[in-house]
Design a protein around this ligand. Structure first.
Ligand code: FES
Ligand SMILES: [Fe+2]
Length: 364
């Protein structure tokens, strides 16, 4: 998708903050090493690295001394001698000031001044789960209001896990991507399910879970029904669990780069059938990776050319888009308002499903 920005948070009237509060992904774990890398999230430039202890650190990119970018690395002759990550700290490539994982300046190599506590750069609360690096983003600067979910399957040898793949920068507001998770109608039209048998959306505090039973027609006239539980935890972390002989998990994460623009990632995990991983299991995993990529492309086909949906027309039979937006607004409002917003949004919405898209039945 093109990198231009879509509509802004203010256009959707979500709340007073530009970027949502929550745990948001910033990198795959594999991509963060002892060589600092640069990133851009929430309209800010950042530097990311893995310290000697294994801890991932994210700091604002610019040194408070004279503004060098901490991720550019040493240049010229010094590049051979300079170790930029020292323990869990980072050394500025310009004059060598050292900043800790907490952002505090720890050392100025050529001066014996007492370093004031206030000489620091912004540091982020970082956690890893499922091969993904998340930061807590909060325009109020508060502590996390919910826990980042564990993904134990990532470390389970019976689960085959594809590498966490970056899917690029999309010119879409994160709310429209999240809202897509509840869109039962498009499952038939865009993704080719023959029938949505049952659909349930549960709003539960900072989580929104969609359970869908979708049927595919078989050559013998029967139906194969697939059950998927898609759960948004916070504003940008989707985990879809697909039931079956070999259960599978799809992860989809998206994080604002600028207002109206997100960076996204994707991963697929599948459990082996028996007590060891076989070639058949690997082939099944490859198959579901393919299926998942195709689904992405099908969605992109629509998303690349759609205009922002600022005031959706909601009619009976539509998924609960309005309720979803009410729920999503909690991440853009001061935390003092969270409980009231959640109370209004919490609840379960069930539908018996929908029929095939009209042209499927009329085409024969
Ligand atoms: S610019 Fe970073 S130490 Fe001078
Ligand atoms: Fe979709």
């Amino acid at each position: 998708m093109a990198k231009e920005t879509g509509a802004k948070t203010a256009d959707y009237q979500l709340g007073q903050f530009t970027y949502p509060r929550g745990w948001l992904m910033v990198a795959s774990s594999a991509s963060v090493t002892s060589v600092p890398s640069e990133g851009r999230f929430f309209g800010e430039d950042v530097v990311l690295y893995r310290g000697a202890s294994g801890k991932v650190v994210m700091l604002d990119a610019y040194c408070p001394h004279m503004g060098a970018h901490l991720a550019v690395g040493a240049s010229g002759a010094t590049a051979q001698h300079c170790v930029q990550v020292v323990g869990d700290s980072i050394r500025c490539p310009n004059h060598g000031w050292i900043f800790g994982a907490d952002g505090k300046c720890q050392e100025i190599p050529y001066s014996d001044i007492t370093i004031p506590d206030t000489l620091r750069i912004k540091s982020w609360h970082v956690e890893e789960t499922g091969g993904c690096v998340f930061v807590w983003h909060d325009e109020e600067g508060g502590a996390p209001t919910y826990e980042l979910p564990a993904i134990p399957q990532w470390d389970d040898p019976l689960w085959i896990c594809s590498p966490v793949e970056e899917m690029g920068v999309w010119g879409t507001h994160p709310m429209e991507l999240a809202e897509h998770g509840v869109d039962k109608i498009h499952l038939a039209n865009v993704h080719g399910s023959d029938r949505v048998v049952y659909h349930q959306v549960t709003f539960d505090r900072h989580c929104a879970q969609t359970t869908s039973h979708t049927a595919t027609l078989l050559p013998d006239g029967g139906e194969s029904v697939g059950v998927t539980h898609s759960r948004y935890t916070g504003p940008g972390f989707l985990r879809a669990e697909m039931e079956g002989e070999r259960p599978a998990i799809l992860l989809f994460c998206h994080t604002p780069v600028e207002d109206g623009q997100v960076r996204s990632w994707h991963a697929v995990m599948m459990k082996a059938l028996g007590d060891v991983v076989t070639d058949e299991d690997r082939a099944a995993h490859e198959q579901i990776c393919l299926f998942s990529k195709q689904a992405f492309e099908q969605d992109l086909h629509i998303f690349q050319r759609k205009k922002p949906s600022l005031r959706p027309v909601q009619i009976p039979g539509d998924p609960p888009f309005r309720r979803y937006r009410q729920w999503y607004a909690q991440f853009y409002q001061p935390r003092a308002q969270t409980a009231a917003i959640q109370q209004q949004a919490n609840g379960v919405i069930e539908t018996g499903g929908i029929h095939s898209a009209p042209w499927v039945s009329s085409a024969s």
